[in-house]
Design a protein around this ligand. Structure first.
Ligand code: PEP
Ligand code: MN
Length: 630
């Protein structure tokens, strides 16, 4: 049953309620929601609800209609977020867990762990106890394997997960792993569920080969009822009559489970398909369908793998998959979970050790600006402090002065073009460099003060660009569009205004921050509205080691064919140029500065050779930074 507490229930009343319930034999879980606090009470005892309803501080009692109680969304309306070390599963971020089917040797798991980390995976998997179909197949390295897995996790900073197959191993295994995995063959091994659940650590529960969703949630209920609060469901394909793939990935299970349960759900496209080249499309489909993460088999040499080689991705394939997911994320309103990159680690670590506050990342505008969303998406969750400043120039100045560790500056919009002011600032601040980039989908929302109805609106405020991007919507409503200096600023103004006929167009974050109600989402005419941001840092700050993109500026010598000569250098070294933009040079009418983006080839020396040659044919060459492309 769900016991809804009265707002402001006193502590003695709450204590009386919980002791009453535990004496009756209920397991209790308090769930603090946005508007009310409830206590979930489950157990194999029956009780007359009226006995609870009359207790002081109790507002009402609601029976849970589903056979699974603690796993049910009725008990816990908000999504649960499970923390495994620094990794959080269940929010808007896509968590990527990867590693070999089985730990095969110390070197093998270390190599795979580094490959996973370099590609951007945030957690490491590796079986040590393998429940194989044949007793003659490799059964895993047991505790020796777990020791290597733990070592590889610690070396790379990746939390680790491994499958537990026996109740008697659970406790000892808990010393090596950050999360347990219950395999498909053991989903209904209730003794195993009880002993693993009682340890209280996070558990990834695979769906049984032929389990219905209800049976699966009942298995989760066993874990929750035994003591852990942290269960992650994993859809890994079910047995159907289809033979084209190893199993059939039940994609529809993702939205179905998300409706029935608050528990996070991830997908294992490797066991679902059993075929390497079918893994990436199913992984992308899972993200689009709303999965919170993926668990993928990756091996540095799949052909030599002791188990599941044919379904294991090569590291390069995993790397590409992560980039594809990253490209998909803005379209489906998600972000990638990230661990700090090595070059960010020092700054972030000193905060985690409590030496300094969270590192600041500055952006232009008001709280809730799209730039703030870019910061939240780019940096590891909750580890930086997004700080607004009034003007773009202030971003550069605070990074230069060391007040902020990084800055987030919009560079170009897919519909409106380049943000020229920032190109100019990049060229004018030689002590600032680009260390990263991120693309954010711009989704405009119509927002008003709470209680205002659409029919009250007469005037809509926003940045002129946002107004023009939503012109069709505004015109159809017959409202007056009034330009404002920025989108989040318009939201702040509406929040402060006494007028009831005003609305703003801004991001969902701006609505949340300024406590406005969203009346309509995605009111932009063209949904292909993305902004690319550059992450900037001081030139002396470390940059990423895995950079594959660089930006530079240059001016031309004054003779015919000067631009062609410059571009010929790039061609000669086979350097891929992805952007070329010209800007008038301030104070030199009719002279131009060129801004270029190029991809750094695998063999970075080729890029460096091109750079040296480029400096001879161009003027005022300046490298703006090397970074990882999106
Ligand atoms: C595994 O993850 O290696 C595994 C054996 O998975 P499943 O239990 O889904 O078959
Ligand atoms: Mn496997």
């Amino acid at each position: 049953m769900i016991i809804v507490l009265k707002n402001g229930i006193s502590d003695p009343d709450k204590d009386r309620l919980t002791s009453f319930l535990s004496e009756k034999g209920f397991r209790i879980r308090e769930v603090v929601g946005e508007n009310e606090t409830v206590v979930g009470a489950v157990g194999s005892v029956s009780i007359d609800y009226r006995e609870v309803e009359i207790l002081p501080g109790v507002d009402r009692v609601i029976p849970i209609s589903k056979p699974y109680k603690m796993a049910s969304r009725e008990l816990h309306p908000q999504d649960s977020v499970v923390s495994i070390g620094r990794v959080k599963i269940g929010g808007s971020r896509i968590v990527t867990i990867a590693g070999p089917c089985a730990v095969e040797s110390r070197q093998q798991i270390l190599d795979v762990a580094w490959a996973v980390r370099e590609a951007g995976g945030v957690m490491l998997r590796g079986g040590a106890f393998k429940p194989r179909t044949s007793p003659y197949s490799f059964q895993g390295m047991g505790f020796e394997g777990l020791k290597y897995l733990k070592e590889a996790g610690e070396a790379t900073g990746l939390p680790v997960v491994s499958e537990v197959v026996s109740p008697s191993d659970a406790e000892e295994m808990g010393r090596y792993v950050d999360a347990f995995q219950i395999g498909t063959r053991n989903m209904q091994n209730f003794e195993l569920l009880k002993s693993v659940g009682s340890i209280g650590m996070p558990v990834i529960l695979k769906r049984g080969l032929s389990a219905t969703i209800e049976e699966w949630l009942m298995a989760a209920e066993y874990l929750l009822a035994s003591g852990t609060e942290d269960v992650i469901l994993c859809e890994r394909g079910i047995r159907t009559f289809g033979r084209a793939t190893r199993n059939t990935l039940d994609i529809s299970a993702i939205p179905v489970v998300r409706e029935l349960s608050h528990l996070p759900i991830i997908v294992d496209p490797s066991h679902a398909t059993g075929i390497r080249d079918k893994v990436p499309p199913m992984a992308l489909a899972s993200v689009a369908a709303g999965a919170h993460g993926l668990i993928v088999e990756v091996h540095t040499n799949p052909d030599k793998s002791f188990s599941d080689g044919p379904q294991s991705l090569w590291p390069q394939q995993f790397d590409k998959l992560l980039r594809d997911i990253e490209a998909l994320c803005p379209t489906v309103g998600r972000e990638m979970a990230r661990l700090p990159e090595r070059h960010q680690e020092d700054v972030l670590q000193s905060h985690l050790e409590g030496k300094v506050g969270k590192p600041k990342v500055v952006f232009q505008g008001e709280r809730g600006a799209y730039s703030e969303r870019a910061i939240l998406n780019y940096f590891p969750e909750g580890e930086v402090d997004p700080t607004p400043v009034p003007a773009f120039r202030d971003i550069f100045n605070s990074v230069l002065a060391g007040d902020a560790s990084w800055g987030m500056v919009p560079i170009e919009n897919s519909l409106a073009g380049s943000v020229l002011e920032n190109y100019d600032l990049l060229t004018r601040y030689p002590d600032i460099k680009i260390v990263g980039e991120i693309k954010v989908r711009i989704r405009h929302n119509l927002m008003v003060k709470p209680g205002v109805a659409e029919s009250d609106i007469r005037r809509v405020f926003s940045h002129p660009q946002a107004l023009s991007q939503c012109a069709e919507y505004i015109a159809a409503k017959g409202w007056e569009a009034i330009p404002f200096f920025d989108t989040a600023g318009a939201a702040a103004m509406v929040a402060r205004s006494k007028d009831r006929d005003v609305a703003a167009i801004a991001s969902a974050e701006a609505a949340l921050f300024h406590r406005l109600d969203i009346l309509a989402e995605d009111v932009e005419t063209n949904p292909r509205n993305y902004t690319r941001f550059a992450v900037i840092a001081h030139v002396d700050a470390p940059g990423p080691e895995n950079a594959d993109k660089s930006s530079f500026t240059f001016a031309l010598k004054s003779h015919p064919g000067a631009l062609a000569e410059c571009l010929a250098v790039l061609k000669a070294h086979d350097i891929d140029m992805t952007k070329l933009e010209s800007r008038p040079i301030a104070g030199k009418p009719w002279s131009y500065m060129f801004y270029v983006d190029v991809m750094i080839p695998e063999d970075a020396a080729r890029f460096e050779a091109a750079e040296t040659e480029f400096q001879n044919v161009a003027q005022e060459y300046r490298n703006l930074g090397r970074y990882r492309s999106v």
